[in-house]
Ligand binder design. Structure first.
Ligand code: ADP
Ligand code: MG
Ligand code: ZN
Length: 511
């Protein structure tokens, strides 16, 4: 008796349909799985056998052949367990083959027959809906995540026995909770908590408005981490599409839980400097999205930037340019989205106190030089804005009610307006001033004549390279957009230049 059950596997963050075919053939009793299963799929045999027995049914004493089609794509994960078990039960006529039609099954089985949650449910359901399936049966623990999929019937089960009884028409399964609209304003941290540091907040506003990457340089305790953590609060709220895309990444990474079933706010990722290349960029033998993809549509914060391994930082280059990362292995290629704002922080020197008003720097000139050369090169080239974040006596500011502390809401309103201007000009939400090519800069970034002359003058004085000049123009364009100004004015250029403290001569002046 030949039976067919439908399930899904993921490649990158997209799912593809897998047909599980079960047949009995001549030979010694046993189970074989064919069709490019990886080791995690092969282990399914033992789980399925025990789960069927422990649900009160007999496991056939025949040779069972399980074929996973299409045969040319590698399949991984434990989500086929449920489909395999049902295929075997249909082949032994415990359930009716016709009850499996038009349905999709996902779930890992425990030895006792209970159904455990699996990764990648969201992409699988979206694909199943597209392909016209009528119904999906998934682990009850994945039900909340599934509520993001609109207009598609999803049911959750906690035990193999429940699914069998459901397919026999003897039992109902659990429905997903009503989809709660994503709570977009629910961001706990606010820039109002950061006292003083108005210059840093201004630079962050510009960075957020134009999608510019940012580096903060300042001594320990000056508030760099505090500032970085609040950046998602000034980006425009996630759209439903963006939330869905980011949630798909977390689904594939297995990071969704019943407590946090979807990603409803822009992510903030803060990996430690000891992270490996696979951890940051993605990869590994069973490929997994890296931190850059977990930060998709949000913020990637690299604290203690000079401490990151050079090759790991190098690997950021391509994704920064493309907004996605492609991982190639002998047997497969996967692509994960990775469009994020890069925020870096560093101390001014190894000990942290170079230029500090109260504390002494203990670094030798050689150490100072070495520390700085660590951050030179291709990545710093991709960071538009560098600012100094000095230590402030914020305790003295506490309790003074005449102190103005810009809050996230007012910054976000300006950021949204500036992004709307860019959208009108470029026609896509994914193009911001920071992404302009040199040709586009010439086309879109018109300057008043005074601004042009001024730019030439400071270029001479500080020896800016053409690359740096383009960056200054892009930042100035964002400043103009924040002011709702069609052309770049001299004042925009002079403000933009301040955000390039690492330019060699500015850096010398600064230190
Ligand atoms: N401007 C500020 N306003 C309020 N609190 C601040 C400010 N700067 C620093 N702090 C306090 O000091 C702590 C350390 O700041 P942090 O952001 O970790 O500094 P850094 O990352 O630069 O070492 C913060 O958790 C916060 O309590
Ligand atoms: Mg810090
Ligand atoms: Zn020092």
């Amino acid at each position: 008796m030949f039976t067919k059950v439908f399930s899904f596997s993921v490649l990158g963050i997209e799912a593809f349909q897998v047909e599980i075919e079960v047949d009995f053939s001549k030979g010694l009793p046993g189970v074989i799985i064919v069709g490019l299963p990886d080791s995690s799929v092969k282990e399914s045999k033992e789980r399925v056998r025990a789960a069927i027995k422990n649900s009160g049914f007999r496991f056939p004493s025949k040779k069972v052949v399980i074929n996973l089609a299409p045969a040319d794509l590698k399949k991984e994960g434990s989500q086929f367990d449920l489909g395999i078990a049902l295929g075997i039960l249909a082949a032994t006529e415990i359930i009716d083959t016709s009850s499996l039609q038009d349905k999709v099954f996902l779930g890992e089985l425990s030895l006792d027959g209970s159904i455990k949650s699996v990764k990648g449910v969201l992409p699988a359901l979206l694909k199943a809906k597209d392909l016209g399936f009528k119904q999906a049966i998934i682990p009850a623990d994945n039900l909340k995540e599934s509520s993001l999929v609109k207009d598609f019937t999803v049911l959750g089960a906690g035990h193999l026995r429940d699914v069998i009884e459901f397919l026999r028409g003897e039992k109902e399964l659990e429905k997903p909770p009503e989809f709660l609209d994503i709570d977009l304003e629910d961001y706990e941290l606010d820039f109002a908590d950061v006292l003083g540091q108005e210059l840093a907040k201004r630079a962050i506003e510009i960075a957020a408005a134009g999608g510019h990457n940012l580096l903060m340089i300042g001594p320990p305790g000056s508030g760099k981490t505090m500032l970085a953590q609040r950046i998602p609060s000034v980006l425009p709220p996630l759209t439903y599409e963006e939330a869905l895309e980011t949630t798909k990444i977390y689904s594939v990474a297995g990071l969704l839980t019943p407590e946090k079933p979807f990603i409803s706010a822009r992510p903030f990722r803060n990996p430690h400097f000891g992270i490996s290349e696979a951890g940051l960029i993605g990869g590994g033998t069973h490929p997994r999205p890296g931190e850059i993809s977990l930060a998709h549509n949000g913020v990637l914060f690299l604290d203690e930037f000079p401490e990151f391994r050079r090759d790991v930082i190098e690997a950021l280059r391509q994704p920064l340019e493309d907004g996605k990362v492609t991982i190639t292995r002998a047997s497969f290629t996967v692509t994960y989205p990775a469009r994020f704002m890069l925020i870096c922080a560093m101390n001014p020197c190894r000990c942290g106190y170079y230029g500090h008003p109260k504390r002494e720097c203990k670094c030798s000139p050689g150490e100072l030089r070495k520390y700085r050369t660590k951050i030179s090169g291709p990545i710093i080239d991709r960071i538009d804005i560098h600012i100094e974040v000095p230590a402030v006596e914020y305790k003295e500011l506490l309790g003074k009610d005449n102190i103005k502390s810009t809050d996230s809401k007012s910054i976000r309103e300006r950021v949204i307006k500036a992004r709307e201007r860019q959208f009108k000009r470029y026609g896509t939400p994914n193009k911001l001033n920071s992404n302009l090519s040199s040709r586009e800069i010439k086309k879109f970034c018109k300057m008043e004549s005074g601004a042009e002359e001024f730019l030439e003058k400071i270029a001479d004085r500080f020896g800016f390279s053409a690359r740096s000049l383009y960056k200054i123009i892009k930042i100035a364009k964002t400043i103009a957009d924040l002011e709702d100004c069609e052309i770049i004015l001299r004042g925009h250029i002079s403000e933009a230049v301040q955000y390039r403290v690492l330019e060699r001569s500015l850096w010398e002046e600064w230190t």
